[in-house]
Design a binder for this molecule. Structure first.
Ligand SMILES: [Zn+2]
Length: 353
């Protein structure tokens, strides 16, 4: 059974249903788990259920009441969804407490205090909760500590360590696990069938196996453009001397070809950095005299090219990890890619920032 069509998180849905049946929905929740497993989708579905006039058993939204119709349309007066704008590196303060002219008279923290217009409660979802500025996090504390009666606030982040202890301690933490290979495969199969794309069973198996439980990554692995860029990336990494300008240009072209939306662009860059990291880690193992652990003939030339210089491969791995960490925080991916490729070519640049 997939709760409201969301696969892989039925146990969490059952916990919410049980809490709801006992009248024990908490005021503040913090959802954490790896990217691409469905935390945001789950939060939006839960918001709809909590606002529904007559949810069915298992806290399933009825889909037909006025509240469900508004939630479906994204125009529910009592469901507030806030996310980080794509061109900002943090959630702006004004989204929480209003802009300069409307301080404390607008924003999520103010709206949640209003009497519900349609539902029996106010529900708020804050996506991208890894990216609060300290100022915004501090403003949110009071709301999290004393949410109005019946209100429910869900913060959707990735890792607990990314939250200030003051936020963590005020929220009930809900941990989302990576999806199983079977679930990812089933979803990928359904999606490709629905879009009319013919995909071989073996390709579905490979993507589901290699995606680490992230549906977003699984989708990317199935994409022919991504597969072909992966090969090109390995060629570029195998070239000596390394040409960072080419690497930067082609990486950005691949990232930008994902379209105007930021999430697929970031997903492409993340996949590129992860593929490079695999090369560096494997080269590190070779350099240390060990046997490689993966059987990936596709990156063999790149792994060879990076083997034999432990300092350089360690610097490359470290700067790639830093870059991965920065993907979601950095508004400008071009700057990030330039800095990353520059350090690959010249490790000494790393120390100078
Ligand atoms: Zn309903």
């Amino acid at each position: 059974m997939a709760w409201q069509g969301i696969e892989g998180h039925d146990a969490i849905a059952e916990r919410f249903a049980a809490a709801h049946a006992r009248g024990r929905i908490a005021g503040s929740y913090l959802f954490v788990g790896p990217p691409g497993v469905g935390k945001g989708t789950f939060a939006l579905a839960l918001a709809k259920s909590l606002a529904c006039e007559r949810p069915g058993p298992g806290l399933v939204a009825c889909g037909g009441c006025a509240s469900c119709v508004q939630a479906e349309a994204g125009s529910h007066p009592d469901i507030d969804v806030v996310r980080k704008p794509e061109d900002r590196s943090t959630i702006p303060l004004e989204l929480l407490i209003g802009d300069d002219e409307h301080r404390m008279r607008d924003g999520l923290c103010w709206r949640i205090l209003l009497r519900p217009a349609l539902a029996t409660r106010k529900v708020a979802v804050i996506m991208d909760a890894d990216h609060f500025s300290d100022e915004a996090a501090n403003c949110l504390l009071k709301t999290l500590e004393e949410p109005p009666d019946g209100a429910a606030i869900m913060l959707v982040g990735t890792a607990l360590e990314r939250q200030l202890p003051t936020i963590r301690s005020r929220c009930q933490v809900i941990r989302f696990a990576p999806l199983t290979t079977e679930v990812v495969r089933r979803i990928l199969e359904r999606e490709t069938a629905a879009s009319g794309t013919a995909v071989e069973a073996a390709a579905l198996d490979r993507s589901a196996d290699a995606c680490g439980g992230s549906l977003a990554r699984g989708r990317l692995l199935l994409d022919p453009e991504s597969t072909s860029f992966r090969g090109r990336l390995f060629d570029l990494l195998a070239t000596r001397p390394l040409r960072s300008v080419d690497l930067a240009r082609e990486t950005l072209a691949f990232v930008e070809a994902a379209g105007k939306e930021a999430p697929p662009r970031r997903a492409r860059l993340r996949a590129t950095l992860e593929a490079a990291l695999e090369v560096f880690r494997e080269a590190g193992r070779h350099t240390a005299g060990g046997q490689g652990t993966t059987e990936r003939p596709d990156g063999a030339a790149a792994i060879d090219a990076w083997s034999g210089d432990p300092d350089r491969v360690a610097a490359a791995a470290a700067c790639t990890l830093d870059a991965l960490d920065a993907v979601d925080r950095n508004a400008n991916l071009g700057v990030l890619v330039d800095a990353w490729t520059a350090v690959l070519e010249e490790p000494r640049l790393a120390r100078n920032g």
